[in-house]
Design a binder for this molecule. Structure first.
Ligand code: NPW
Ligand code: K
Length: 389
């Protein structure tokens, strides 16, 4: 996969420019997109076995157009095709209308997705061309939800064209309902929402086809929406090779605050993570009841344990960077730890877990902090209720 990710608006605004810069017609892009989807279906999703029957679900835009290209290719390979169309196929425009006409000319039949529409039990695969980058709002009850419900109940393998329908390509949020895929084939650029939010649950294996314009596209869009960080690709940026004569004091001192009585696990895991990702020295400041649990089997972790949090001051001064919150709790000890941390708030710090919950009660902003809330903690910080809690 490429490492740059884009928003749906960036895709829609720049696809035509990238095609022009590459000397290609838009129809060529749709044709290549459909062919790439058909290839993915046959080679990856069905692992080279020839299906007897496939179902293609087509919406009202170009995502549906890609679906018609898949359907035409399947017909030409003597595969039976059920082409389910939401709405009147005569309202398809431009390249999608061209793809429809080619499918009809190849002997295809269009079946409207109405109350009588069903997907046969013996269909081998379902190709989702309902919505791509054009999904703009919640999907309301009707033919789209009927198509998605039927496909979701089917045991057939599912291939999403560009984006699983119902998943928003910018956020990975589900807009009402979603057609979960076993695989998704996306075009020209990957979309940010294929990685965030609920995406991992619905995208399946993600395949990419640049359609011959990906390079022009990357050059035209100077500020992508996100960069995908594959650890092995960037590890030298974050963890440069160390001089052979280096020693531990050259790589910073991390101090972690948390690990209240009965909650030693998170602070120990955080400490282990620091050691694994390059910290020279790592010290945890915990409640006395957690001291043994943090230290056992981890001799490289240093621990200072105290009931009186003032004993931690020296070590907070000592630190290069801080992290506060794992297993912190919210009792008097925890509040004392947070108060002490706030006195040193100008050090680069990660603020996590119960430190965020305490912070939500008297919010403050600090440019030296990285906050790592889960959705429930984010809701508390923002003063909104997260439906996930
Ligand atoms: N351009 C290119 O170069 C290439 C594009 N390619 C392909 O095109 C795809 C983008 O196509 P697209 O822009 O036509 O959008 P698409 O996702 O098909 O849907 C738009 C339709 O959905 C409708 N609609 C939206 N939300 C709705 C809702 N909740 N409920 C109901 N309706 C809703 C919306 O209606 P409207 O908002 O206008 O009322 C409109 O009718 C892209 O993902 C890729 O697969 C490839 O061929 C490669 C080359
Ligand atoms: K789709």
């Amino acid at each position: 996969l490429p490492s740059l990710a884009y928003s749906c608006a960036q895709m829609q605004e720049n696809e035509a420019k990238a095609a022009k810069a590459s000397g290609l017609e838009m129809w060529t892009l749709m044709s290549r997109a459909g062919q790439a989807a058909y290839h993915t279906l046959r080679v990856h999703l069905l692992q080279g076995t020839k299906p007897n029957h496939i179902t293609v679900l087509a919406g009202k835009g170009n995502n549906g157009g890609d679906g018609y290209v898949v359907a035409e290719a399947a017909l030409k390979d003597d595969i039976n095709v059920l082409l389910g169309q939401v709405g009147d196929h005569m309202s398809l425009k431009g390249d999608a209308a061209t793809a429809r006409d080619r499918f009809l000319a190849a002997g295809g039949v269009i079946t409207p997705i109405d109350d009588a529409f069903t997907i046969p039990d013996d269909t081998d695969a379902i190709v989702d061309g309902l919505f791509g980058t054009g999904l703009s709002r919640e999907i309301r009850q009707g033919p789209f939800t009927r198509a998605i419900d039927l496909a979701s109940k089917s045991k057939a393998k599912k291939l999403a064209i560009d984006i699983p329908s119902g998943l928003h390509g910018d956020t990975g949020n589900v807009l009402g309902t979603v057609l979960s895929a076993d695989a998704t084939i996306t075009f020209i650029g990957v979309k940010k929402g294929q990685f965030t939010g609920k995406a991992p649950q619905h995208v399946g294996i993600l395949y990419f086809a640049g359609l011959g314009v990906e390079q022009a596209f990357d050059e035209i869009v100077s500020s992508p929406a996100a960069e995908l960080v594959a650890f092995n690709r960037v590890r030298h940026r974050f963890m440069p090779l160390r001089p052979l004569a280096a020693h531990k004091a050259a790589f910073g001192k991390v101090v972690l605050l948390g690990g209240n009585n009965g909650m030693s696990g998170a602070i120990r895991l955080a400490g282990e993570a620091c050691q694994r990702t390059g910290s020279g020295l790592t010290r945890t400041l915990t409640h006395p009841a957690s001291q043994q649990a943090v230290m056992f089997g981890r001799p490289e972790l240093m621990v200072t344990a105290a009931q009186d949090v003032n004993a931690f001051s020296h070590w907070i001064d000592w630190a290069t960077v801080l992290a506060v919150g794992p297993g912190l709790g919210q009792d008097d000890w925890a509040q004392g730890v947070l108060r002490l941390f706030l006195k040193h708030a100008s050090k680069p710090s990660v603020v996590d877990a119960d430190a965020l919950n305490l912070l939500a009660k008297s919010p403050q902003h600090n440019p030296h902090w990285v906050l790592t809330p889960h959705p429930g903690e984010a809701g508390r910080l923002l003063g909104i209720r997260c439906p996930c809690t």
